[in-house]
Design a protein around this ligand. Structure first.
Ligand code: HDD
Length: 730
């Protein structure tokens, strides 16, 4: 019989966090609009009523050092002082060398059972529920950088399955910059801030990045995705996720198939506008982190369907001529549809950022029976890197014992001792074979759910530092992606390249990048060249005859609007009953209404004016910025200092229309520029006129009443933006 570790910290069981004493519970949890969510009160402390030392001795004072007299020297015998400061001095651990900034949540994965033909993994079985922990991240920025920078996003999922932990460590972009892990330090050194002054932070818009990707043209495909709207997601909840590499699945009969993993968000794939992303980086650097947290807290649980593209496991490892071992290539969904195999729902926020989000350690080599790797050379290097990095990041080889990293399957390893060992292992024979511990632990076989590597036959070969010839096609798939985008998406790509390259100081870097763009598409190259004030070069390779893949465009479908944020601009002169109605309707449809008014406090509900329920003001003209909202409603044309002057004028019986408040005009014009749905009633036409916004423009609705204005806004919001407002690309 295999013995299990008797010590709970050895990883055999997930350990519940200690509960706080009743008097240490936080206030009731409230949604972003101040509504009670019904969720458990936040924990405010670890446990127990009294403050203690790390050794459990109760403390009577933590505010004063022990001194020889009130004004005398501090005494070295003050253990509490030394313990408190020493611990503080060591509170930080090294941030991740990449993906340092992240946000995470807990959830559950439910298998559909549809993968049984290709994989025996138990957690993919029908209705099997598996706890998951997902960490989203940016790649280049430091831990304190802004969320909405133009970058790839990490999408790493830890499945705590009954057969061991499976980590799917992917990104929101289906391809990668490099084909071989040995180039990873090169691309990251190029993308990170310049080493002399450590600027710019969390940006690819600088010379070293473009220097590298223009010379190392296998990066062209990934770079194009970064320059597309995929580089600036609206929300973590609205991103696709990709396993990128081809994996090998094995079924119960031992047959193998090659697959690519896809996460499909139920809310659709949506992005910010570039100007919006830049503004948010200043006004709310935590935008994505906040969005994920608030949605979960409000009960709008984000969901993704996990799907696979399945290919036969042939010795060539190609599909329709596409090399499946090349991580710079996709297989268009039109050639191989994504087959859904399960649903993930994120249901709970983290309790402690450091313990969970910071200390979680993912590894693409954390596999379970039924899921195996391929010989993708990028994946091979990753299998080394992720274990290695945790040793310096988490301080030693025992990071698997940190609660968030513990397997939920029983753990019975022979790994012993080392830094931060917290298990108290029993037995005397952590080696095999042994007789002193009765021969335990024993080995399992494939029939007892052991992870057994697939016995893939290897061709007769010799050692080389070379890549297959197919890896040198760097332009056909970027062209496929370019041709698959709609006109407004292409226009965003042109603007992104133009922006980034104009931030480069080196003319040679700009010119070389234009040569790369010419190999994707002459129109793209010419438009960017114009923005740079440079001549457009001719293509250096024959342009690929790519068939567009409609699945690569973010446009053309309608999506649920759950969790969207709608601002309602109103002042004392607004139709407050209308505001109340739409506010309620927005809530009822799973979105967040935020009332924006001249000052804080409440609107209406005064004896001498509007006598309805006072409306809470969630944003003022000074604190609101258009980028917080997915759509805006305007009840009237709120004037400058409307409350004070409007009330005075009304009393005098001579209402004098004020010029619309410039901050409201800014809200309106920015939202208009970003293609956001806009609705107005109750005299909002005056506001549109003052902002020179055409009331007949796509996605702009002037209605007779509040509900009609909201309905019109929602109709546009299902497409995310009024796309027709963006001019087509040249
Ligand atoms: Fe990586 C972190 C995704 C290639 C080396 N990577 C990391 C994370 C994600 C990815 C999502 C953050 C995990 C977390 O939230 O903790 N990485 C990818 C993808 C790649 C990829 C999708 C290509 C398909 N990575 C890659 C290569 C190497 C690394 C080729 C090294 C040879 N990645 C790391 C790392 C990190 C990491 C240094 C930093 C922190 C960590 O691992 O735990 O080991």
């Amino acid at each position: 019989m295999a013995t299990e570790n008797s010590d709970s910290t050895a990883g055999s069981q997930p350990v519940e966090p200690r509960q706080p004493a009743p008097d240490q519970q936080g206030p009731e949890t409230v949604s972003p609009t101040g509504q009670p969510t019904g969720a458990a009160p936040a924990r405010v402390a670890q446990s127990g009523a009294y403050l203690t030392t790390a050794q459990g001795a109760r403390l009577y004072d933590t505010d004063h050092s022990l001194k020889a007299g009130e004004r005398g020297p501090v005494l070295i015998q003050d253990h509490h002082l030394r313990e408190k400061i020493t611990h503080f001095d060591h509170e930080r651990i090294p941030e991740r060398v990449v993906h340092a900034r992240g946000a995470a949540a807990h959830g559950v994965f439910q298998g559909y059972g549809t993968a049984a033909e290709v994989s025996k993994a138990a957690f993919l079985g029908k209705d099997v529920e598996t706890p998951v922990f997902v960490r989203f991240s940016t790649v280049l920025g430091s831990r304190g950088s802004a969320d909405t920078v133009r970058d790839t996003r990490g999408f790493a999922t830890k499945f705590y399955t009954e057969e061991g932990t499976f980590d799917l460590v992917g990104n929101n972009i289906p391809v990668f910059f490099i084909q071989d892990a040995i180039k990873f330090p090169d691309i990251i050194h190029a993308g990170k801030p310049h080493p002399d002054r450590e600027i710019p932070q969390a940006q690819s818009a600088h010379d070293t990045f473009w220097d590298f990707v223009s010379l190392h043209t296998e990066a062209t495909h990934h770079t194009l995705w970064n320059m597309s709207d995929r580089g600036i997601p609206r929300s973590y909840r609205m991103m696709e996720g990709f396993g990128i590499h081809t994996f090998r699945l094995v079924n119960a009969a031992g047959d193998s198939a090659l697959v690519k993993f896809h996460w499909k968000p139920k809310l659709g794939v949506h992005s910010l506008a570039w100007e919006e992303a830049q503004l948010i980086a200043g006004t709310d650097p935590d935008f994505h982190r906040r969005d994920l947290h608030d949605a979960i807290e409000a009960g709008a649980y984000p969901q993704w369907e996990l799907g696979i593209q399945v290919f036969p496991d042939t010795p060539e490892q190609t599909f329709e001529g596409i090399d499946l071992l090349d991580p710079t290539k996709i297989v268009p969904e039109e050639l191989s549809p994504v087959q859904p195999i399960g649903l993930m729902t994120l249901t709970a926020n983290t309790t402690n950022y450091f313990a969970e989000t910071e200390q979680v350690a993912f590894h693409p080599g954390h596999l379970v029976p039924g899921i195996d790797v391929t010989d993708d050379p990028l994946l091979a290097g990753r299998l080394f890197s992720y274990l290695d990095t945790q040793i310096s990041r988490l301080g030693g080889p025992n990071f698997g014992q940190i609660p968030i990293n513990r397997a939920h399957a029983p753990v019975n390893d022979m790994l012993r001792d080392g830094m931060h060992q917290s298990a108290v292992h029993t037995g005397v024979a952590p080696y095999r074979p042994n007789s002193l511990d009765g021969g335990c632990p024993f080995l399992a076989g494939a029939d007892t759910a052991a992870f057994v590597e697939t016995p893939v036959p290897l061709p007769e070969t010799h050692k080389v530092r070379e890549a297959p010839a197919s890896f040198s096609d760097h332009f056909s798939q970027p062209r496929l992606f370019w041709l698959s985008m709609s006109p407004p998406e292409r226009e965003h790509v042109v603007a992104a390249y133009t922006f980034e390259l104009n931030k480069c100081r080196q003319r040679t870097v700009q010119e070389r990048t234009l040569e790369v763009l010419a190999n994707i598409d002459p129109g793209l190259c010419a438009a960017v060249a114009e923005g740079l004030g440079l001549p457009a070069p001719a293509a250096g390779v024959p342009l690929a005859a790519a068939e567009p893949s409609p699945a690569l465009s973010q446009l053309g479908e309608t999506w649920p609007t759950d969790g969207r944020v709608i601002g309602i601009v109103a002042d004392a002169a607004a139709d407050l009953d209308g505001v109340r109605r739409v506010r309620q309707k927005i809530r009822d449809t799973g979105m967040t209404p935020l009332v924006i008014a001249p000052t804080g406090g409440t609107l209406g509900g005064t004896p001498d004016g509007d006598s309805g329920e006072p409306l809470p003001v969630e944003r003022t003209y000074a604190t609101a910025r258009s980028v917080e909202f997915d759509a805006l409603l305007f009840s009237g044309a709120p004037g400058a200092a409307a409350d004070a002057l409007g009330a005075r004028d009304a009393k005098a019986g001579t209402p004098v229309p004020q010029d619309p408040d410039p901050r409201v005009l800014l809200l309106l014009t920015e939202a208009y520029r970003h293609g956001k749905p806009l609705g107005g009633w109750n005299g909002a036409d005056r506001l549109l006129a003052a902002a020179a916004v055409d009331s007949s423009a796509p996605g702009v609705a002037l209605a007779d009443d509040a509900t009609s204005a909201l309905d019109a806004v929602l109709a546009t919001l299902t497409q995310h933006r009024a796309w027709d407002r963006f001019p087509p690309a040249a």
